[in-house]
Design a protein around this ligand. Structure first.
Ligand SMILES: Cc1cc2nc3c(=O)[nH]c(=O)nc-3n(C[C@H](O)[C@H](O)[C@H](O)COP(=O)(O)OP(=O)(O)OC[C@H]3O[C@@H](n4cnc5c(N)ncnc54)[C@H](O)[C@@H]3O)c2cc1C
Length: 451
């Protein structure tokens, strides 16, 4: 008998699940239908700041698989179709065709909710002025592009988190003057400890960004409907183009219509096999809460890495296989021009809040042997448990070659290693790649000595 899998949301989590379910089961046994309200499927939102910045030269390079390609692989994708309600009793969804305006009921045997997240966008006065954007989809990127092509010269970025600093780099690269307005006292203040963000602020200012820290946006001014300034608590900033990057919250609107359990962090509650509180309904990606492997808390960490893995696991399970999603560390990396910024696990404040007797060490190190051309400095912060020396988290800020070292520390963290054990690991060395004592070993040695 043929079962019918319906997927709500056609990007990272939804289409990973669809592809995995298709690989695991024949079309005769499983029909797969994905509804996506937007115009694209399987696109790399992560590449959007680099598209805006001109580092990626064409939007279609960010599309991994078009709806036609999915259909050719046996996945019935319907773009511009929004799921507006789920009826778990009848095992149906109500779908609105956004072009035709028609609403239909579609039956499912298995349902996957992969509706992602929505950007935080306060209802500031003037927020609807033309030229005020978020950057979450290819359509948004096209609108930003059109604005630049129409002559925008003064860009204001609201928020100095991951997206804010990536967009600031991009707008600078396009020749705009760039102001970044951030309510906190440091860039990346929600993801890095304060003693790690100084170099980011320095680097942004050195590149020409007018970085305004500790400043809150109050609204926008428009001229003939077009944004012309950003009003803040510390004065008005002229603007032709504004990009708001204030973080995201899980998009659980459709899940709520079915009475699916939503957790304290605001995401859909799922177990390790991505099952929701309703039978035959799964969820994956930015819309769900995950277990933090260090704090044990249910958290929303909206990252493409998790969305793809969760989607794949959900697809396997729905097709009758064995898979699970084992939780997150929140490992993430970004850059501002040449400065690489990475983190994993808990920061110092987070570790204390989670109840650990935590301590932290800072280590300055070089990316290569000091005599080798191109050696770059980096700062590594390790957070560990006092006494046992168990690693709880790590942050790295530094020049080329520093950021991906976070993956060694994430691996150690995943495996519950102590800083003593990390300091003894057999890591590679040759002068173009590291000093004899790799920065990770140096940092771990320092943390071990301080425990
Ligand atoms: C600018 C930017 C840069 C990023 N950079 C990185 C990075 O460097 N590294 C990283 O790991 N992550 C990054 N991310 C995050 C990453 O893109 C997301 O974590 C990932 O896309 C989440 O996948 P998802 O499938 O859960 O959600 P989404 O990609 O948001 O997809 C959800 C889809 O569901 C659709 N949808 C929602 N509701 C409905 C409905 N009712 N009916 C039909 N369709 C619906 C939406 O239109 C959307 O296409 C970035 C995100 C952005 C925006």
């Amino acid at each position: 008998m043929q079962r019918r899998l319906v997927i709500v949301g056609g990007d990272a989590a939804g289409m990973s699940a669809a592809a995995q379910a298709r690989r695991s089961s024949k079309p005769e046994t499983l029909e797969i239908v994905a509804f996506e309200r937007g115009t694209h499927t399987s696109y790399a939102a992560c590449g959007l700041p680099y598209l805006v910045g001109g580092f990626v030269t064409a939007a279609d390079k960010l599309v991994a698989r078009s709806p036609e390609e999915h259909r050719a692989r046996g996945i019935d994708v319907r773009t511009r179709h929004e799921v507006i309600a789920i009826d778990p009793g009848a095992s149906t969804v109500t779908v609105r065709d956004l072009d035709g305006g028609v609403e239909r009921s579609e039956r499912w045997d298995a349902l996957l909710i992969a509706t992602g997240a929505e950007g935080v966008m306060p209802r500031w006065p003037g927020v609807d002025a033309a030229g005020v954007f978020q950057l979450r989809t290819l359509d948004h990127a096209a609108m930003v592009e059109a604005r630049i092509a129409a002559g925008a010269r003064r860009g204001v970025v609201v928020g100095a988190g991951y997206i804010g600093i990536e967009v600031a780099e991009g707008l600078l690269a396009r020749g705009l003057s760039v102001t970044v307005v951030e309510r906190l006292d440091a860039p990346m203040g929600t993801v890095l400890d304060a003693d790690m963000s100084g170099a980011i602020a320095e680097s942004m200012r050195a590149a020409g960004v007018d970085l305004r820290l500790g400043v809150s946006v109050e609204g926008f001014e428009a001229d003939g409907g077009e944004v012309c300034a950003v009003r803040t608590g510390a004065g008005t900033i002229p603007a032709d183009l504004v990009i708001v990057g204030l973080g995201v919250r899980p998009n659980v609107a459709v899940a709520r219509t079915a009475g699916i359990r939503i957790g304290d962090a605001g995401g859909i509650v799922v177990d390790e096999r991505l099952r929701t509180s309703l039978p035959n309904v799964w969820a994956a990606g930015d819309c769900v809460e995950s277990r933090h492997r260090i704090s044990g808390a249910s958290v929303v960490v909206a990252l493409g890495t998790h969305a793809n893995k969760q989607g794949r696991a959900a697809g396997t399970v729905i097709a009758g296989g064995e898979a699970s999603f084992p939780g997150v560390l929140g490992t993430a990396i970004t850059r501002f021009r040449d400065l690489e910024i990475a983190r994993t696990g808990l920061g110092e404040r987070e570790a204390a809040a989670a109840g650990f007797a935590a301590y932290a060490t800072l280590t300055e190190a070089s990316s290569r042997a000091h005599y080798f051309p191109g050696a770059q400095s980096m700062r590594i912060k390790l957070v560990a448990e006092r006494g046992s020396g168990r690693l709880l988290g790590a942050q790295i800020v530094g020049g080329a070659g520093s950021g991906k070292r976070i993956d060694v520390l994430a691996t150690a963290l995943w495996n519950r290693m102590t800083v003593q054990e990390i300091g003894e690991m057999d890591l590679s060395y040759a002068p173009p790649f590291s000093p004899v004592w790799d920065p990770v070993l140096l940092a771990a040695g320092r943390a071990a000595a301080s425990r």
